[in-house]
Design a protein around this ligand. Structure first.
Ligand SMILES: [Zn+2]
Length: 414
């Protein structure tokens, strides 16, 4: 008998070693119930309501209506939603068209105040604007943006509904942000984080961004989702991955690929931890008039919405999961990077005020996320705070100039 006990214990220990670490951790039972409530029909309704605006191009006059609609939807779920507007001045779009756009942009913001740590924030954000930039003549018109990015806004509205239905109270302050003018260079999120950083000095524990989450043509493999992360966010990324494995049937793909192409980049640029959820196969007709509701897979959208909800729920209502409420925060104080002109032809000329060090390094990154050039800024100094990097050999297109945590979008024209 003794021998048998030993054998049992041996097998038991072996079993414990072989099982994944999380097999014995307690799942949150409320969350499992709430997730079942996320409804593909609600998501579809939300997408179609946004699509029905015809276009949500950032400088179309209907941006006032769109933002008010979103504000009202959040208010209808009991959220204290507001418009937070910012001004865009002399913005040339389409690039080099001579069309100068100036006007107010309208972010929609709603806070649910934390019951225990009200001054610690968890942000879930998605852009609501869109354009059909690949349909050159009608870029501002006829851009339904069902996948890009009504899909994510739909998921956030569904989240807001669940918080009301089950009277879910976050312990950290949960902030919803629906951004304007993402397509023209992450303007809404950039404004939002700068307000938070400079004006209110808020402690943001982490930011979850969703952008294009409703398209999935793959019927053979398990549904996959991209968890696009940043080099300051490894622990938060692990938490999001574990949440996907525990609470959804999605297969998470962890990557940094193209992490500068959506609003989480703004948060990362200002030193905040962030993650970006995106479909594994990009919608083939995004940025065209064919990005329409009937091309979406609402069962897939439901799963990604469940993941977004699960991350948001665990990160804002519990302290047993990362990110916990602490006061530590890695503020990267940016000095100011200003392009002297944009678009550029031969040289990127810029001003960098108060550079911390002389030997700052820079990178130029193309739209595919590839570094096309890097070096030391000291080699490109022309006078006090003035720099010049030659780009004569570059193809026409959009690039990003990155200096430490500062990033500017540069348009090279030929
Ligand atoms: Zn988008």
């Amino acid at each position: 008998m003794k021998r048998k006990t030993i054998m049992l214990s041996y097998w038991y220990n072996l079993l414990v070693i072989l099982l994944p670490f999380n097999a014995f951790s307690q799942l949150n039972e409320e969350l499992i119930i709430y997730n079942q409530e996320i409804n593909p029909d609600s998501l579809k309704y939300n997408v179609e309501q946004l699509q029905n605006f015809g276009s949500r191009y950032a400088f179309n006059p209907n941006r006032v209506e769109v933002s008010n609609y979103l504000k009202n939807r959040l208010q209808s779920y009991g959220w204290d939603a507001k418009i937070d507007s910012f001004y865009m001045e002399n913005f040339e779009y389409p690039y080099y068209s001579g069309i100068i756009n100036t006007g107010w942009q309208y972010n929609v913001v709603a806070d649910k105040i934390g019951t225990i740590n009200p001054d610690t924030f968890f942000v879930v954000g998605s852009h609501y604007d869109c354009y059909a930039s690949f349909d050159t003549l009608t870029y501002f018109n006829n851009s339904p943006g069902a996948d890009d990015n009504a899909s994510s806004v739909a998921a956030i509205l569904e989240m807001a509904r669940l918080f009301q239905k089950y009277n879910i109270q976050p312990i950290k302050t949960l902030r919803i942000e629906l951004y304007a003018a993402e397509e023209l260079g992450l303007h809404g999120s950039s404004y939002a984080i700068q307000q938070s950083h400079y004006r209110y000095n808020e402690h943001i524990s982490a930011m979850l961004n969703m952008d294009m989450i409703g398209y999935n043509p793959d019927t053979i493999n398990a549904d996959s989702v991209r968890l696009v992360y940043y080099d300051n966010s490894q622990e938060f990324t692990d938490f999001c991955e574990q949440t996907a494995l525990n609470y959804t049937s999605l297969n998470p793909i962890i990557t940094t690929e193209m992490n500068q192409f959506s609003d989480s980049w703004s948060y990362y640029s200002w030193g905040r931890r962030a993650i970006f959820l995106q479909e594994a196969y990009l919608h083939p007709f995004y940025h065209t008039s064919n990005d329409i509701s009937s091309t979406l897979n609402y069962n897939y959208l439901k799963k990604v919405a469940q993941l977004g909800f699960s991350i948001t729920y665990l990160a804002s209502t519990t302290n047993q999961y990362y990110p916990v409420s602490t006061n530590e925060i890695s503020l990267q104080t940016p000095s100011n990077l200003k392009l002297n002109s944009n678009p550029v032809k031969d040289n990127i000329k810029f001003t960098l005020s108060n550079p911390k060090r002389e030997n700052l390094s820079f990178q130029i990154i193309n739209q595919m996320g590839e570094i096309v050039k890097e070096g030391k800024l000291s080699n490109h100094k022309t006078s006090t705070n003035q720099y010049q990097i030659p780009v004569q050999n570059y193809n026409q297109g959009i690039y990003f100039l990155k200096i430490e945590n500062l990033v500017e979008k540069v348009v090279v024209v030929r």
